[in-house]
Design a protein around this ligand. Sequence first.
Ligand SMILES: [Zn+2]
Length: 229
Amino acid sequence: MRWIYDIVSLFFPNICNSCDSVLYQNEDIICSRCLLTLPKTKFHYHHQNPVTEIFDGRLTIESAAAFLYYSKGGRVQHMIHNFKYKKNLELGRLLGRLFGNDLRKSSLFNNVEAVIPIPLHESKQKLRGFNQSEVFGRELAAVLKIDFLADVLIREKVTTTQTRKSRFERWKNVDDVFRVTQPEKIRGRHILLVDDVVTTGATVEAAGLTLLDVPDVTISLAFLAVASH
Ligand SMILES: [Zn+2]
């Protein structure tokens, strides 16, 4: 029934989520050329790298890495847009699997024990319908064969006014707080905290500090993308 596929795809072609070219029948989500030329950072092979530097002196971490470089108007930014705003969850899952396969080869990440995604505010998640870090992180955990804990860390909006916030909170400009709901699930474990894009690192710093309040927790960080310079 190849002719049916050909006719249907004439009117509804499957498009590469990265470069927008029409996909061949044996391709899915991302074209072969884009898959082969993904701008990987390879940071997961380096104990110190541009992502670990973002958190230097701010958050005690074991290891940190980002899968891809993104640049304004580039293919990775286009993929992230398709994933987050056009709700292409299959794309997010694919990227999670690809990164998971790369992380498995790194000795820096072989003792992480559970993945925790950065949660969204409940209101934001309702609006979007899903949490992108959860979709991406769930596949990462599956490939790494470790626990995935989506309900241990929650995010709450701070309802106090700006003047009532501490100077520290104002400086950080993070208008929300994180809370660990079930500390017994992470006590003594090495957690891989996962988010989509790392920029200032303020959100992950706040979440990471919250996790480190639980006794004997250590953390590593994994991001889908980091800006290229
Ligand atoms: Zn492509």
